[in-house]
Design a protein around this ligand. Structure first.
Ligand code: ADP
Ligand code: MG
Length: 257
């Protein structure tokens, strides 16, 4: 049975997509079978993994609407890594979901058969706590929370924590936090360090040891959201995401190197 991990934070620009694609690449490099599901209408993870976000058929919207099966929607990216792409169609899905009974479990039900085929299913989420994110929280066993150490980071986290609590109460009692990962970290910035200290004080062991530093190659890569690992394993970003991948494998009880 696959571990289903939602990469969530309702703030935009905190490194969700970058974390989702790079963790996917790191786990794939560790020979796990990985499915990345792009649940954001912007389709950045889709573009990053070379998918076609203008595809007319068999993308996440179709899957959630029951118009195709997961194995029709999933495209093989490289051996061991598959992608269910997103398209701009997904931006209209909430209005349609609202008319359906059991809307919050559409993604979970659609992905259930894929759990026999993969070791890890990663769900990249949109920057909101809307109906798609609720579907992610219903489908996931655990959430990984990328956090940028900026002003209001802790306020954003407490809002997310309230949503997680509500999700546990109403929809998914077993939902757990896999970890909080500090992203775009710059150790010479006082604010980054102060917020990191505070987050570690509040959340203790939940905060991953692996910290993702700001790496110009990730921010300015000409092919946006492409895994840095694909450019070599020696860059700052690659090393950080390999370390995070190993740590997450240990937290999930999967073998690590
Ligand atoms: P989200 O999915 O939460 O909106 P992204 O992963 O798209 O966030 O990241 C937001 C922006 O920050 C993107 O332009 C991305 O390339 C850049 N970025 C993400 N992580 C890093 C990093 N470690 N170093 C430098 N730039 C980064
Ligand atoms: Mg994103």
């Amino acid at each position: 049975m696959a571990h289903v991990v939602g990469v969530v934070n309702q703030k935009g620009g905190v490194g969700k997509t970058t974390t989702a694609v790079n963790v996917a690449a790191a786990l794939c490099a560790a020979e796990l079978r990985v499915l990345l599901v792009d649940c954001d209408a912007q389709g950045n993870a889709t573009t990053g993994l070379g998918g076609d976000k203008m595809a007319e058929q068999n993308h996440l919207y179709d899957l959630m609407m029951g118009a195709c099966r997961w194995d029709q929607a999933a495209k093989r990216v490289v051996p061991g890594l598959s992608l269910i792409p997103s398209t701009p169609h997904l931006s209209g899905v909430e209005v349609e979901l609202a008319t359906l009974d059991g809307w919050e479990n559409r993604l979970k039900e659609a992905l259930a058969p894929a759990q026999d085929v993969f070791d890890v299913i990663l769900l990249d989420s949109p920057p909101s706590l809307g109906m798609v994110t609720v579907n992610i929280l219903a489908a996931a066993h655990r959430v990984l929370v990328p956090l940028q150490c900026e002003f209001y980071a802790l306020e954003g986290l407490s809002q997310l924590w309230r949503t997680l609590q509500m999700t546990r109460k109403r929809i998914n009692p077993d939902l757990e936090v896999l970890g909080i990962v500090l992203t775009m970290f710059e150790s010479r910035h006082d604010l980054n360090r102060q917020v990191a200290d505070e987050v570690r004080k509040h959340f203790g062991e939940l905060v991953c040891d692996a910290v993702i530093p700001r790496d110009i190659r990730m921010g300015e890569s000409p092919s946006f959201a492409r895994p840095v690992l694909w450019y070599g394993s020696e860059t700052v970003g690659s090393k950080a995401y390999l370390k995070l991948g190993n740590e997450l494998m240990a937290r999930l009880g999967l073998h690590s190197f």
